[in-house]
Unconditional design. Structure first.
Length: 368
């Protein structure tokens, strides 16, 4: 895969993510106790042998830059190739990514890679891109789009693109999942093509002024491009709303999902934090939960995800919750179906009860 360039395009529409992305891009939102959303696609690329990766980010990317550091956790800290971040574009990539690509097209040219993989950050999966590029080379088509056949499309991956394909896996059209059918071919918004074709598409978009996003050009020119679909058969979740973030997080508590995503053959890497081990007192009771390092737990935690440096006091009951790092939950509190932002303080005996369809989000207001 040394002949392949990876581009992670942070063009996700964050409108339904609410206050969770007020001060951070979606890519740097904490997930699964010790990871960030961007870790999954970054790890997928590096595990597939891709050594040159560019991240095209939005302007509010301080937390993302802090997390990525110099790319060392993904073995991308190198003089040649490695990790590059472009976060100074004038346009919001959710509505216009073409100009950001055009302004930095020299990065693509100087990489001297024959192929390019374009992917978002918010598709959570563990995929081997080597198999995709192998199939792409055999078929000899212009572009390969990766999709997942989803039998729960009426409740999952809402607003995602849907591929309509023929028996030869040629993409005929691209629609949108509005939740009206149970089965749909959900586009993972991952595109594989030759680098020279990518450059031509960017130039054509700028020249014509008709397209402001790369994927819109591809979707509108299926009649003159040979676009084929590659089916991914593993676990997939798309985090494009607060509800999907909650559901995806809860999926990590399922043994079969956890084993597939965090498999030894293709591990998920992240920035390492030097925290001490979590302390559990005699009064604590933790069941079926993911708990990161540096916590102090005296209460009851069930079916929940607890990030780093969280304090859970005596007689606290936490169920089906996501608690982000640095949170303090004082004694006697009760939380169920709650997403608690980082570094918040929940005072004694407070009670927050949401539902699985409508989890409560506790926003960080003041630092303690």
């Amino acid at each position: 895969m040394n002949d392949c360039l990876g581009i992670i395009n942070l063009d996700e529409n964050e409108a339904r993510m609410g206050e969770l992305v007020r001060n951070r891009p979606l890519a740097s939102v904490p997930i699964a106790a010790r990871y960030r959303i961007v870790d999954f696609i970054l790890s997928n690329m590096t595990n597939s042998g891709i050594e040159c990766i560019g991240i095209f980010a939005k302007n509010k990317s301080r937390s993302l830059m802090d997390h990525l550091t110099n790319g060392r956790p993904w073995d991308l800290h190198r003089k040649k190739d490695g990790l590059k971040v472009f976060n100074f574009g004038d346009e919001d990539p959710a509505y216009d990514d073409v100009h950001n690509f055009s302004d930095n097209i020299e990065f693509v040219k100087y990489s001297k890679k024959k192929y390019i993989i374009l992917a978002p950050s918010y598709m959570i999966c563990n995929i081997d891109f080597k198999e995709v590029i192998k199939k792409h080379k055999i078929d000899g088509n212009d572009i390969t789009m990766i999709y997942k056949n989803n039998n729960n499309a009426n409740t999952e991956c809402i607003d995602c693109d849907v591929l309509n394909i023929d028996r030869n896996n040629r993409v005929l059209s691209v629609g949108e999942n509005i939740g009206q059918t149970t089965n749909a071919n959900i586009s993972m918004e991952m595109y594989l093509m030759k680098t020279e074709l990518f450059i031509d598409i960017v130039n054509e978009c700028i020249r014509s002024g008709m397209y402001r996003k790369i994927k819109h050009f591809i979707h509108s020119n299926l009649d003159r491009l040979d676009v084929r679909a590659y089916e991914f058969k593993g676990y997939l979740s798309c985090i494009n709303s607060l509800k999907s973030y909650y559901d995806s997080s809860m999926d990590f508590l399922k043994e079969e999902v956890n084993k597939e995503i965090f498999c030894n053959e293709r591990p998920i890497y992240t920035k390492i934090k030097d925290e001490g081990p979590t302390q559990y007192t005699d009064d604590s009771d933790v069941k079926n939960s993911l708990v990161a390092n540096g916590c102090y737990i005296e209460g009851e935690v069930k079916d929940s995800i607890v990030s780093r440096r969280v304090y859970i006091g005596k007689n606290v009951k936490i169920k089906d919750c996501i608690i982000l790092q640095g949170t303090i939950i004082e004694k006697g509190c009760e939380l169920e179906n709650v997403i608690a932002d980082k570094k918040i303080k929940i005072n004694k005996h407070e009670r927050y009860i949401g539902s699985k369809n409508w989890p409560i989000f506790i926003q960080r207001i003041n630092k303690y």
